[in-house]
Design a protein around this ligand. Structure first.
Ligand code: UT7
Length: 329
């Protein structure tokens, strides 16, 4: 097995103050209920941003925690990569606003668009930049403020998503800990199963697009669900094969937190018992690019990630995009 080029030196997460329960969504007039949402998704609540809680502020809070834990000061960060589908502005990238908020004056900063796979793709890019000598220290953030682009009258989507940010600091690896393998794949033929039809060059915002609610996220939930299960199964197989490991070698599986039924199907396919699978979708909902780094930091804070452990990550999102990582801590 190759020696890892980069390791995760610190983790952090931040979520908006306001908690919105399933009952709160039903109380907004959405035709849904707590029992259905828990049974079909495992979600009990999510955090939703209020005034002043921008993507930049949430992402910067998560990043500060990760940098403190990694013992990295702002001037040491070479590159900031921010995975998001809900930037503060369409131009420029939110990553540069986060750079300014953090005072990482030496860094290059850019956003990466891979929807729910955003943090995982960004981590693979970060590892490559460290491996080829471009950077020593990369701040990787997955952050979303999806509440601003979700249709709060559409029960297919508004019950699922939440806001938040997770961050990791990647550094050059000196020893055996770090990224052991990775896998990433996309299929743009299926883009319209989960997308925001309006707002880009093809269909700019207009009174008509607003009237047709095309500025919001649209999702064919059942179809997306099937592809998520299939793709995350492929992803776990591919990263384990590439690392020459089996399910028995995995100490913890941290999958994208989209739906507890997708997580259970992924674990079953991989042959990993649920005791070794981290789940926090009940408290945060699906925070898209933020979900895996929030889950990782939550697991770290619960003492579930110990030195020497092998952790398998798997992601799936709009695009479609999917992928996986094996990391030794
Ligand atoms: O983050 C990566 C991408 N996203 C995902 O991975 C999400 C993948 N999809 C899902 O998690 C699920 O498909 C949803 C949670 C979105 C929906 O769950 P489902 O079990 O696939 O429900 P469904 O759309 O097949 O609908 C089943 C029934 C329907 O009623 P009928 O036709 O059987 O009478 C729906 O109208 O449940 C109804 N329904 C609801 N009822 C109460 C759909 N949404 C709701 C709701 N509350 N929120």
């Amino acid at each position: 097995m190759k020696r890892p080029a980069a390791f995760i030196a610190g983790t952090g997460h931040a979520v908006p103050r306001r908690v919105v329960t399933n009952a709160d969504i039903a109380a907004m007039g959405v035709d849904t209920n707590d029992e259905w949402i828990i049974e079909r998704t495992g979600i009990r609540q999510r955090h939703i941003a209020g005034d002043g809680e921008t993507l930049t502020s949430i992402a910067a809070d998560a990043a500060r925690q990760a940098m403190t834990r990694a013992g990295v000061h702002p001037g040491e960060v070479d590159i900031i990569i921010l995975g998001t589908a809900s930037p503060d502005h369409l131009l420029p990238a939110t990553a540069v606003e986060v750079q300014t908020a953090l005072g990482c004056s030496r860094a290059a900063a850019f956003d990466l668009s891979a929807a729910c796979s955003g943090w995982l793709y960004s981590t693979i890019v970060a590892e490559s930049l460290i491996a080829n000598g471009t950077a020593n220290t990369v701040l990787v953030i997955g952050a979303e403020r999806l509440s601003g682009i979700v249709d709060w009258t559409d029960r297919n989507t508004c019950i699922v998503f939440g806001d938040g940010a997770g961050a990791t600091v990647m550094r050059r690896s000196e020893g055996q800990r770090g990224v052991l393998s990775h896998f990433m794949r996309s299929d743009g033929a299926l883009a319209e199963l989960l997308w925001r039809p309006a707002g880009g060059g093809v269909l700019p915002f207009s009174p008509e697009t607003f009237a047709q609610r095309q500025h919001y996220v649209h999702m064919s939930g059942r179809e997306v669900f099937k592809h998520a299960v299939r793709s995350m199964a492929e992803a776990t197989d591919r990263a384990l094969d590439a690392a020459r490991l089996t399910a028995a070698d995995v100490d913890l599986l941290i999958p994208h937190q989209a739906n507890v039924r997708i997580i259970e199907a992924t674990a079953k396919h991989a042959g990993i018992p649920m005791e070794k699978v981290f789940v926090n979708v009940d408290r945060f909902g699906n925070t898209s690019a933020a979900s895996i780094p929030i889950a990782l930091n939550d697991a770290v804070e619960q003492g579930l990630v110990k030195e020497g452990m092998t952790v398998l990550f798997a992601a799936f999102g709009a695009g479609f995009t999917w992928g996986s990582l094996v990391v030794r801590f």
